[in-house]
Design a protein around this ligand. Structure first.
Ligand code: EPU
Length: 419
């Protein structure tokens, strides 16, 4: 299995370009199923998860052309699509569950293998399913598959989500766009990736209002048409580069980073002592000296993103002071902390809190990426650890970070991908 060999590096300096967001493009690809014809998606990141979602769409009868040079996807959706998402693909990527809403909307039935993906907690589907049941679906669980059927079609309802789940919001919205009547969904997730999805759906002819707020009103239409859409830039990749500047005491221009999607992250980056300059085309993050420890508490957007929590634990591990990091979304995300401890970090977990006492230095060791963000954070820690760090299970990192090693090398990092 390939690994990343990381050695202690000096300050990272230079420019990186932030691509389209993983957590948007996968849902936009699923949304293409809602209309027969040719959808074109641009600003597509070159990551493994896009290839897995492309295979899933092909199994459902679509033709997918992924033009990696131009970061473009062309998806041709037939009149009649399949309704089964097979285990071999769904187990590789939990985001496959995003086809559920479009399939019940188009076919009035969907057989979806129960998903796997990141090992970051139980990640139930109850909120997805109770939303779809309100719209008229019947759900059973047979032999590891969710069998979802809407024998009388989908009908609008008032829905209040128990929690602003990103995935549940997406599935309910993608089902409601073709339901009869006006659905009002309360307590929805408000992430920029949800806004991106709703904007693409409206371009396809959907009638969604309240976009970006916690209540969406969706008036069903009888059919949608294909469209062209550019993926919103990846705020988590941008935040990861900001963390790289802080931890290595570097100076990085993060092109295409959107501050309006990163407000809390930027304020926490500044709290470490870094300077953040908003420029016309992105963010310049400059750090001189050892970072200050910063407390973090994850919450749904616009709260501090769980997807930036491991990067801040890595910063806190070498910071001046002690920080409390509280994880409110995915309890098992702290699995990564044990790997960081292998590098000598002083970390103590109590339930969903992690106490990090900053140390002057870390010491390189073999470690294992437990999920995509954990993997990136172990690489960041490896860049400032004495000696060599070997990061295993890098497929997790490559699921979400395009050209990660090449970008790091361009910034001056000592990192190699070894096959
Ligand atoms: N939850 C339930 N029941 C449900 C749905 C969610 O209990 O029916 C719980 C989950 O177990 C979790 C919490 O609610 O504890 C949040 O889950 P949510 O549905 O909001 O997250 P998701 O859709 O599974 C997406 C991103 C994650 C990101 C979260 C939160 C994708 C493909 N994944 O997951 O991204 O952390 O939203 O912002 O969009 C990553 O990119 O590293 C990643 C894990």
């Amino acid at each position: 299995m390939p690994v990343y060999q990381v050695s202690q590096s000096g300050p990272l300096r230079g420019e990186v370009i932030v691509p389209g967001a993983k957590n948007s493009v996968l849902k936009l690809m699923a949304a293409s199923l809602l209309a027969s014809g040719q959808t074109e998606i641009t600003n597509v990141p070159n990551i493994l998860d896009v290839d897995i979602m492309a295979q899933l769409l092909e199994r459902l009868g679509c033709e997918v052309i992924h033009d990696k040079t131009n970061q473009k996807l062309i998806i041709a959706v037939p009149e009649k699509i399949g309704h089964k998402a097979d285990y071999d693909l769904v187990r590789q990527m939990r985001a496959s569950i995003a086809v559920l809403g479009p399939l019940v909307a188009r076919c009035h039935e969907a057989d979806i293998a129960l998903p796997g993906g990141d090992a970051i907690g139980s990640r139930g589907l109850d909120i997805h399913l109770s939303g779809l049941e309100k719209l008229g679906c019947e759900v059973t669980n047979e032999h590891g598959y969710l069998i979802v059927k809407a024998p009388n079609g989908l009908k609008a309802e008032q829905i209040s989500l128990d929690f602003p789940s990103v995935g549940a919001t997406e599935n309910v919205v993608m089902a409601a766009v073709l339901a009869k009547g006006t659905t009002v969904v309360d307590n929805v997730a408000r992430e920029p990736e949800i806004v991106d999805l709703c904007e693409m759906l409206n371009k396809m002819g959907a009638q969604i209002s309240g976009i970006g707020t916690s209540t969406l009103e969706i008036t069903g239409v009888s059919e949608l048409s294909p469209t062209n859409h550019e993926v919103v830039t990846d705020r988590i990749v941008a935040g990861t580069w900001a963390a790289a500047a802080v931890i290595t005491q570097g100076d990085i221009f993060i092109k295409n980073a959107k501050t309006q999607h990163l407000e809390l992250v930027v304020s926490k980056i500044e709290a470490t002592g870094a300077q953040v300059k908003q420029l016309a085309e992105g963010l310049q993050v400059t750090m001189t000296g050892r970072p200050q420890a910063v407390d973090i508490m994850t919450l749904p957007y616009p709260g501090f993103p769980t997807d930036m929590q491991p990067q801040f634990i890595a910063i806190n591990a070498i910071a001046d002071g002690t920080a409390m990091v509280t994880e409110n979304l995915f309890e098992a995300r702290f699995r990564f902390v044990n790997e960081l401890a292998r590098l000598g970090a002083d970390v103590k977990i109590n339930g969903h809190h992690c106490l990090v006492r900053g140390k002057e230095s870390l010491s390189g060791a073999p470690v294992e990426a437990t999920d995509v963000r954990a993997g990136a954070s172990l690489v960041l820690a490896g860049l400032v650890a004495e000696g060599e760090t070997t990061v295993h299970e890098i497929h997790h990192i490559e699921r979400g970070y395009a050209n990660f090693v090449e970008n790091l090398q361009k910034l001056g990092a000592n990192i190699e991908r070894i096959i």
